[in-house]
Ligand binder design. Sequence first.
Ligand code: OSB
Ligand code: MG
Length: 390
Amino acid sequence: MQPSSKFLNERSLPTETVEIERVELRLVRLPLNEPFETSFGRIDSRLIFLVSVEGEGLTGWGEVVAEEEPRYSYETVATALHTIKDHLAPVMLLRPVAGLEDLAARFTQFRGHNMAKAGLELAFMDLLARVRGESLSQLIQGSRPNVPVGVSLGIQPSIDHLLERIDLYLGLGYQRIKLKIKQGWDVDVVRDVRKRHPDILLSVDANSAYTLAEGDRLEELDEFGLLMVEQPLDHDDLVDHAKLQEKMRTPICLDESITGIRRAEHALDMESCRMINIKIGRVGGYSQALAIHDLCYSRDVPVWCGGMLESGVGRAHNIALASLPGFTLPGDISASSRYFEKDVIVPEVRVSAEGTVDVPLRPGLGFDVDLAYIEANTQTAERIERNGKI
Ligand code: OSB
Ligand code: MG
């Protein structure tokens, strides 16, 4: 077995020192175009948590993907706000930051709170890319000019609604359809979708709705030639997933269970999954996301970029991440208009008729941040200055 650090050591991350003057935290409420329902429940707006960092006369933008309620993750907008304000921002501002590794090392003294850590890492990486005059994709050595994308469809009021949504998104070019499933909305739904679309790339995501005792039900999914079944069992489980994977033909893809590089390594060693969904927020930022990518790449395990209903800021970071060579499967990176009437970036993210999103070449995120629109929708904003004043 190769050590996880082998490939990683070949990665050269820039180590310029950037002096950060202030961190700004904003909560912005954006209504969703349509409600989004998963096995945890239904939401109809998104409280977007934007982070910006200023230094060297430039501004870098990041997003904390935590939700308002601790359902997908134990983190919430409120815990992330507290963690950044009281613990993470002060160590970021303590002295100039000598690259991503320095920043990540300062955060490891604090346990968990990955989404909060990621918000600051994202903003830092955008700033660093702008300082260097490079795109984020270039900064992390991305290699794709565009990335393949799919769409995640929430639980619908009826099969007819679902089939209609599927036709809509296939018509728009999306390369893969992912269905949210739960008890009562699983095998029969997949059967109906397969009947109508025998050849599309189709996957399901249970968001931990099942237990190993319900394995027989999940095994029934094997007959539909799914690309993967995402996170069927407990959010922090590796052991039961390994038992289930042994019995299922369909590859298991882990999402919630992979919270960092060590978990990814254990999951692959134990054969708990055959694919990994990488979300920068869930794993604690670029440092961990790059390490997981590099590990999977070195072992030929496909990865893809997950989503958290991000605004354009988080979406732009996802596009950069998905430009790495190991991201061979379509990501949950939809067009801005799939979720929002108007996005916080200009231009908004667009999906081509071939189901790809272009990786921008301009410095940093590669999109303009629409400050006026953000300000008009900001619920709270606070600044943390380098001298410790709030
Ligand atoms: O499990 O992938 C998930 C959204 C919120 C929380 C968890 C998940 C999702 C999605 C949507 O599936 C992904 C997206 O389009 O942003
Ligand atoms: Mg998921």
